[in-house]
Design a protein around this ligand. Structure first.
Ligand code: SF4
Length: 84
């Protein structure tokens, strides 16, 4: 973690947030409100009390980010893509 790229584990998935890329649109929170929230600086973060919605929803929440600021990494270390 270097301050610009944060990683958070949610269930079996690692969420990587590219903080410089986040523009605060909130799309990720609309898809997974139990996982993502805005930090005090207005940048997306993973909630401390995040509830695992499953890999598919995490992958979708990352895929909808219009700034490509989010990555969902599966247990095999490869990026997860939503199936639809
Ligand atoms: S959808 Fe992307 S740009 Fe918008 S708040 Fe989430 S991470 Fe930031």
């Amino acid at each position: 973690m270097d301050g610009e790229r944060n990683e958070h584990r949610v269930g079996d998935v690692v969420i990587r947030i590219h903080r410089r890329a986040c523009m605060g649109h909130g799309d990720c929170m609309a898809v997974a409100p139990g996982v993502f929230a805005f930090g005090e600086d207005g940048i997306a973060t993973v909630r401390a009390d995040a509830a695992d919605p499953g890999a598919e929803r995490l992958a979708l929440a990352c895929a909808v980010c219009p700034e490509a600021a989010l990555e969902a990494i599966g247990p095999d270390g490869l990026p997860l893509r939503p199936s639809r």
